[in-house]
Structure formats: structure tokens, C-alpha cells
Design a protein around this ligand. Structure first.
Ligand code: NAD
Ligand code: UDP
Length: 330
């Protein structure tokens, strides 16, 4: 199939382009490079030895999006393009609502106009709010604590409403847990601007000596060792989940958790990193981070049952691959 990948120069999008090309699909990337670099497109070509078409456009721009749909026969859209920094979304709510909602609506409109029936959307475990773990797709969603999470819940509703009146339009809502790691080539991965907010890039930068010490945000949560528990999932597993979701789209809305089903605490991740790299990352216990929940992990059984997809790579592999990528960064 010919797949339009929005945000394809980004972290998860670039790995998904590789997985799509390896599965025999063709890829057209639309990305404004707001949080990525054009050279990632060359890295995707280098890894797969395959050409891809790249448009540097903003996917909130209806005219620019329409031009792509009119020039290519598109069979499906995977929509990654979005702003994703939780803290920033509290500071800049309007930017987040405009970018994340308008892009989704513009793309859905183009799909209607050009009879494209397959749409895969990047949602997030954030939509579950502080539910009881493990999170199951059938749970009532709870309010999230920030505009970023709200944009994901709203986009899910918008796409669901469109399907209600257009049953041939087929949508997969993929709720990612905590994607980490990098492609095993070390050529693509996550390179956040400035000081990382997320745990894994923070850990790799401390190990590299770019940052002094990890701050562990809270050790008094009701978890195995008091530190926050998350469902870290290798980004290549997440990418493969998209290929599986795309292959199984056949009318209606389908929601899937993309997680491993296993929770890992902050201190367990630090130990796994030491096992993978033989580096003991220095850390200190700090206050809880506002807005954090104690535990977040998936019930991953639906994706296994319906898509035949399971996450294959363990936490040590995630640390090893994140570290390899950190070492290839300039
Ligand atoms: P990323 O920032 O690396 O990639 C997003 C890409 O979209 C970037 O290349 C950026 O330049 C592009 N982009 C943003 N707005 C755009 C616009 N209006 N037009 C064109 N391009 C635009 O982020 P990521 O980690 O790869 O995340 C991809 C998607 O998955 C996002 O929607 C994010 O919210 C969602 N998600 C990510 C995580 C995570 O932990 N990384 C977790 C849950 C959900
Ligand atoms: N965390 C931490 N120190 C950091 C960054 C994160 O202790 O510098 C903790 C955080 O409190 C949470 C876990 O690591 O329990 C994962 O945080 P991350 O921001 O990576 O993911 P999210 O909280 O968005 O799921």
C-alpha cells in the first residue's frame, strides 16, 4: 500500500517508516520539521535502501495536504504529526489544541474527499488518566491533567464520530505507553532538544556525562520500590504495531494499547541500564513531579488477540539500543 506518514521524520514516525518499507509498503512523509531533521529521511533511506517521498509541509495546511492527496494515490494515513511535550502544553494550550486537533481534522477531511479509508492515529496512555492498572481499552477514560492529553482524547472522539456516519472509514486508535530505545543500526532514535523531560533520554545523557545526576521524582508511591512505574516499550515494537494495525483495518473504530503489559519502576530501569551498559547512573531522590501518576501499564492482550502483535524486545534491549543511539549523536 501507499501510506502517507505525517510526522514521519520524528521519533516514532521514522521507525514506523522503516517497518512499513520493510513490510513492502511505499511511504510518503509529510513533516514540517518542527521537532525533527531532514537528515532523518536520509537515514530511513540508508537503513532500508529504499526511496521515500518527503514533503516539508504543515499538516494543518489544508491546501498543502490536498496537494499531496491529489498527486498520489494514497491507500492509508498514519498520523503521528503533533506536539507532545506535556509541560509545554500547559504553557501553550492554544498552540497544542490548534496543532493537534486541526491537523487531525484536515487529514480526515482529505481522506473523505479522496476516498482514503484507512487511518491510524497516535493516541496515548495519557487518555486513561489515573485509572486502575492495568489499563484496558474498554475502561472509561478519565480527565487528563494537561492540554496535551486532552488533545489525544478529543481526536479519538472526533475520529470516532466521523466513523459513526461513514462506516467505510476505518480508524485504528493506538494508545502508546512509553516508547523508548532506538533502531538497532543506531542511525535513528530520540534526540530531544534541550534537557530531556523523559526518563530514558535523561538516563542516557547522565551516562554520557552530558548531565550530572538523575533526579528520581518521588520514592513514596505505592509501587514495588516507591518510584513511579511505567510500561516502557521498544520503539521498533511500537513501529511494528502500526504495520499490524494497518493490515487489520476493515471498517469501524478499533482501539489498541501498544504496551508490553509489564510495569518497570524508575530504579528498575536504572538497574536494567547498568545491566545493558555496565554504567551505574548516579541518582538522587527528589520530590514527586506534579501531575505524575504512580503506575501506568497496559493490558496488552487485545492487540495480541486481534492483531497478532506482541512487544518482543525487553527492557535491557531498550536500554542497550537507547545507549547505542546516544553514542552515535554528535
Ligand atoms: P516527535 O516530535 O519526534 O515526532 C512528531 C513529528 O511531527 C515531528 O517530526 C514534528 O516535526 C512533526 N510535526 C508536528 N506538528 C506538525 C504539523 N502540524 N505538521 C507537520 N509536521 C508536524 O514525536 P514522537 O515521539 O515521534 O510522537 C509521535 C506521535 O505519537 C505524537 O502524536 C505523540 O503525541 C504521540 N505519542 C508519543 C509518545 C512518546 O512517548 N513519544 C507517547 C504517546 C503518544
Ligand atoms: N522520571 C524521573 N526522573 C526524570 C524523568 C522521569 O524520576 O528525570 C520518572 C517519572 O516521574 C515517571 C517515570 O520516570 O515515574 C517516567 O517518566 P517519563 O517522563 O519518561 O514518562 P511519563 O511520566 O510521561 O509516562
Amino acid at each position: 500500500m501507499n501510506i502517507l506518514v505525517t510526522g514521519g521524520a520524528g521519533y516514532i514516525g521514522s521507525h514506523t517508516c522503516v517497518a512499513l518499507l520493510e513490510a513492502g509498503h511505499s511511504v510518503i512523509v509529510a513533516d514540517n520539521l518542527n521537532n525533527s531533521k531532514a537528515e532523518t529521511i536520509d537515514k530511513i533511506k540508508q537503513i532500508t535502501n529504499t526511496e521515500i517521498t518527503f514533503y516539508q509541509i504543515d499538516v494543518t495546511d489544508e491546501t498543502a495536504v490536498g496537494a499531496i492527496f491529489s498527486q498520489h494515490e494514497i491507500n492509508g494515513v498514519i498520523h503521528f504529526a503533533g506536539l507532545k511535550a506535556v509541560g509545554e502544553s500547559v504553557e501553550k494550550p492554544l498552540e497544542y489544541y490548534c496543532n493537534n486537533l486541526v491537523s487531525t481534522m484536515v487529514l480526515a477531511k482529505a481522506c473523505q474527499k479522496y476516498n482514503v479509508s484507512r487511518f491510524v492515529f497516535s493516541s496515548s496512555a495519557a487518555v486513561y488518566g489515573d485509572n486502575t492498572v492495568p489499563f484496558v481499552e474498554t475502561m472509561n477514560l478519565l480527565p487528563t491533567t494537561n492540554p496535551y492529553g486532552e488533545t489525544k482524547a478529543m481526536c479519538e472522539r472526533i475520529l470516532t464520530d466521523i466513523v459513526k456516519v461513514n462506516p467505510a472509514f476505518s480508524v485504528s486508535l493506538l494508545r502508546y505507553f512509553n516508547p523508548v530505545g532506538a533502531h538497532e543500526s543506531g542511525l535513528i532514535g530520540e534526540a530531544p532538544n534541550g534537557i530531556p523531560n523523559n526518563l530514558m533520554p535523561y538516563v542516557t545523557q547522565v551516562a554520557k556525562g552530558k548531565l550530572k545526576k538523575l533526579k528520581v521524582f518521588g520514592n513514596d508511591y505505592p509501587t514495588v520500590d516507591g518510584t513511579g512505574v511505567r510500561d516502557y516499550i521498544h520503539v521498533v515494537d511500537v513501529a511494528e504495531g502500526h504495520v499490524a494495525a494497518l493490515d487489520h483495518l476493515m471498517g469501524g473504530v478499533h482501539i489498541y494499547n501498544l504496551g508490553t503489559g509489564r510495569g518497570t519502576s524508575v530504579l528498575e530501569l536504572v538497574s536494567a541500564f547498568a545491566e545493558a551498559t555496565e554504567i551505574k547512573v548516579p541518582y538522587e531522590i527528589a520530590d514527586r513531579r506534579p501531575g505524575d501518576i504512580a503506575s501506568c501499564y497496559a493490558d496488552a492482550s487485545k492487540a495480541k488477540r486481534e492483531l497478532g502483535w506482541v512487544a518482543k524486545r525487553d527492557i535491557v534491549a531498550m536500554c542497550r539500543d537507547a545507549w547505542r543511539f546516544e553514542n552515535k549523536l554528535l
